[in-house]
Design a protein around this ligand. Structure first.
Ligand code: PM9
Length: 468
């Protein structure tokens, strides 16, 4: 069996380790199978509705679940909680300008706050927004503002076994076809995500970003980046793309962002903080409008729903996220889990992405129809087996077509084991892998779920299910 940190290196090398040590610990609670049975029934077989006290290893999300560093905690103590003009805001603004390169910044309480502002400022009813696969909250805000979303990611992204190194790339022919069909004046911007969460944390290449920029420039179309995991994306570019092996993550990030006109950001991921986000733009008119609108939804334009101390921790987190040793250990831990699963031929999205292992629930349960929610079922089974919490990323997350009312039926029916940053150890990954194997060994006995309650918005958060 490979050991942690020898991943990807076949032989004769020394192991490496996480570039940090543990200073504070939080006890974990184990539960009995009977307790878990009661908890998952009470939660309507939806892992979002479990109490975290009933969870052993929490792989629901990497959002807001990072362990902050001692520097970040020290930064919290210099929070300037002035209502207006907090010193921490200016430090955060400077960090974003330095590492991401955008001119104007509007802070928000988290990523979807920024998505709301961008969608309201840039989209008119009847517009069309192309993107490299959808993200739940991002598409919601685009549709809520009156746009139709179009997936223009390359086909390989929908194939769990394709080993394409940049499955997040935009298909230029699909984008061109959409421009020809609806007209450039109906496309306020291309929504470009790095990495692509719903495809399995898959990266987009620098070459593709450059080519999308060139195509959009021909038609005067803007590009807005979902920069939520753009530093993770930068590591993949450094590892896989010709000409970038000797460039720093900071250099790669700056070049990459340079192909866009602005970005939305959930700081709860790459920035190593528990809350916060921002909208950035180089467009003074959009900035003026967003800076005004933020006071309606988030708070004054120098805090946007964050406390001063949160902005300070985020500014420090930005600097820490760009350190290559940290980023290699972050992605290395996920690759380690992938190699453990691979030895038992457990199906998951390949190549391993930046923030999670995405189990292929269709291949896991070939006997279940998509209407019986295989990925939701697998998340519940995993919880029942060991108390590990994962998340559905399939038909439930995809929601319904706004016009027809039918389920969106994504090709990808995935259960996500999302790895929080700097939180769990190699031993936790071993336990996770063994629990997935136990579920795999018992897969044929599993019968799926029925949805018995479906909320109107972003249903995956609160939907309830019963066993079939
Ligand atoms: N992502 C995730 O777990 C948390 C919410 S959905 C369970 O993956 C991208 C690529 C995201 C993302 C959140 C947001 C929204 C935007 N883009 O959660 O509002 O992965 O900060 O960000 C989640 P906020």
């Amino acid at each position: 069996m490979p050991t942690l940190h020898t991943m990807g290196q076949q032989q004769d090398r020394r192991s490496w380790a996480e570039p940090y040590k543990i200073k504070v610990v939080e006890p974990l609670r184990t539960t009995t199978r009977a307790e878990r049975e009661r908890a998952i029934v009470a939660a309507g077989y939806n892992t979002f509705l479990l109490r975290s006290a009933d969870v052993y290893i929490d792989l629901l999300t990497d959002s807001g679940t990072s362990a902050m560093s001692d520097r970040q905690w020290a930064g919290m103590m210099v929070g300037d909680e002035a209502y207006a003009g907090s010193a921490n805001y200016y430090r955060l603004e400077a960090a974003i300008q330095k590492y991401y390169g955008y001119q104007y910044i509007v802070p928000t309480h988290q990523g979807r706050g920024a998505e709301n502002l961008l969608s309201q400022c840039a989209i008119k009813p009847g517009d069309h927004v192309p993107g490299n696969m959808y993200f739940t909250t991002t598409r919601y805000h685009q549709e809520h503002a009156g746009a139709t979303f179009h997936d223009v990611i390359i086909d390989a992204a929908h194939d769990t076994s394709s080993l394409h190194p940049f499955k997040g790339d935009i298909d230029l022919d699909k984008l061109q076809a959409l421009i020809d069909e609806v007209g450039a004046d109906k496309i306020p911007y291309v929504c470009m995500a790095a990495t692509v969460n719903m495809a399995g944390g898959q990266p987009i290449s620098m070459g593709n970003a450059r080519a999308v920029r060139a195509l959009c420039d021909k038609y005067g179309i803007k590009i807005y980046l979902d920069a939520t995991r753009a530093v993770e994306n930068a590591l993949f570019i450094q590892e896989r793309e010709d000409g970038y092996a000797d460039r720093t993550l900071a250099e790669i990030l700056r070049e990459f962002c340079g192909y866009s006109d602005g970005a939305t950001m959930s700081g709860k991921k790459d920035h190593l903080v528990n809350i916060g986000g921002w909208l950035a733009t180089n467009d003074p008119e959009l900035f003026e409008e967003a800076r005004n609108l933020v006071v309606v939804y988030e708070g004054l334009h120098t805090y946007g729903g964050m406390a001063g101390r949160d902005m300070e921790a985020m500014a420090i987190g930005i600097e820490e996220s760009i350190e290559v040793d940290y980023m290699k250990s972050r992605v290395g831990q996920i690759r380690y889990l992938g190699e453990l699963l691979d030895q038992w031929q457990i199906p998951f999205v390949k190549p391993v992405g930046g923030h999670a292992i995405f189990l292929d629930a269709r291949a896991f349960y070939p006997h279940l129809q998509q209407d019986h929610f295989p990925a939701q079922t697998l998340a519940a089974e995993l919880y029942l087996d060991s108390g590990i919490r994962s998340m559905e990323r399939g038909i439930v997350s995809a929601g319904r077509n706004q016009l027809t009312g039918d389920h969106h039926r994504p090709k990808l029916e995935l259960t996500r084991l999302t790895i929080p940053r700097r939180v769990y150890t190699q031993a936790h990954m071993d336990v996770v892998a063994e629990s997935v194997k136990a579920c795999y060994d018992h897969r044929e006995a599993v019968t799926g779920l029925n949805m018995v309650y479906e909320p109107k918005y972003l249903r995956f958060f609160q939907a309830r299910f019963e066993r079939r």
